[in-house]
Design a protein around this ligand. Structure first.
Ligand SMILES: NC(=O)c1ccc[n+]([C@@H]2O[C@H](COP(=O)([O-])OP(=O)(O)OC[C@H]3O[C@@H](n4cnc5c(N)ncnc54)[C@H](O)[C@@H]3O)[C@@H](O)[C@H]2O)c1
Length: 249
């Protein structure tokens, strides 16, 4: 197997799908995983039709037994895992202030966005230690670096992704395993457009806060993930890379 083996979570749509497409164009065999089976199968077929290699696996990242089982199957078949992209995530459906925040929504966001990333790293790093190399890119958010009006649960989960990235990167830096995260700002995907923040009036307001005066295209986030996954960034680890049209400055 000459191609590198990549596992991408939440690969059926948005940033995850753009990442799967780009990885497939860059000599990766992509294990495209997602909770949405029909969308995931269509996404993998779409990549195959364009000559890439993508194989769909159903996965709910909030269930550790499913995550460990998927990583086990990949290793059994390909004997290694070069790259894990922990991308799957959900946003708040509506903006809720802390005092009014729904408890179920808190649990759901933390289970998927935070525990899901921990489970992915826990499952993959053991294998990466055995093989003596590996690369993990987590998808955090600008909401993991500063207050962003997306609510306390989303913010907590994304600050956690940045913190877990640095913590794990520090632990494995001497083991030839690099772990980084990307921190996108508003990106044109269903996560943004199906939420309260996606209403045209709200988007017009949000745009004023973006120095570049446009939202990101998912492919622009995918390119930063590919860079962190590649040898072009060989001395970079534990980094939280903002991809935000200048919002952080
Ligand atoms: N769109 C933005 O503005 C934005 C900004 C910053 C960060 N992000 C982050 O980028 C990542 C991707 O989001 P997106 O904008 O592409 O959203 P999206 O909704 O377009 O895609 C998310 C994908 O994750 C899948 N998914 C959801 N829950 C899952 C679960 N439990 N297990 C496995 N898959 C699951 C969905 O089915 C979907 O295919 C998320 O972590 C999100 O928090 C997005």
């Amino acid at each position: 197997m000459k191609k590198k083996i990549a596992v991408v979570t939440g690969g059926a749509a948005g940033i995850g799908f753009a990442t799967c497409q780009l990885l497939a164009e860059n000599d990766y065999l992509v294990i495209l995983s997602d909770i949405n089976e029909s969308l995931g199968k269509t996404a993998a077929n779409n990549i195959q039709e364009k000559g890439g290699e993508a194989i769909f696996h159903k996965l709910d990242v909030s269930k550790f037994e499913e995550v460990i089982s998927l990583i086990g199957k990949v290793v059994e078949q390909y004997e290694r895992i070069d790259l894990l992209v922990n991308n799957a995530g959900i946003g708040p459906k509506r903006v809720q202030k802390t005092a009014d925040h729904d408890l179920d929504e808190w649990d759901k966001i933390v289970a998927i966005n935070q525990s899901g990333v921990f489970y992915g790293m826990k499952a993959a790093v053991g294998q990466m230690m055995k093989q003596g190399f590996g690369n993990i890119v987590n998808v955090a958010s600008l909401a993991g670096l500063k207050a962003s009006g997306t609510g306390i649960a989303y913010s907590a989960s994304k600050f956690a992704v940045v913190g877990m990235t640095k913590s794990a990167a520090w632990e494995y830096a001497s083991k030839n395993i690099r772990i980084n995260c990307v921190c996108p700002a508003f990106t044109e995907t269903a996560l943004l457009n199906d939420s309260e923040l996606g209403h045209p009036e709200m988007k017009a307001k949000l745009l004023k806060a973006v120095p570049m005066r446009r939202f990101a295209d998912p492919i622009e986030i995918a390119k930063s993930i590919l860079w962190l996954a590649s040898d072009q960034s060989s001395y970079v680890t534990g980094h939280a890379l903002t991809v935000d049209g200048g919002m952080m400055m």
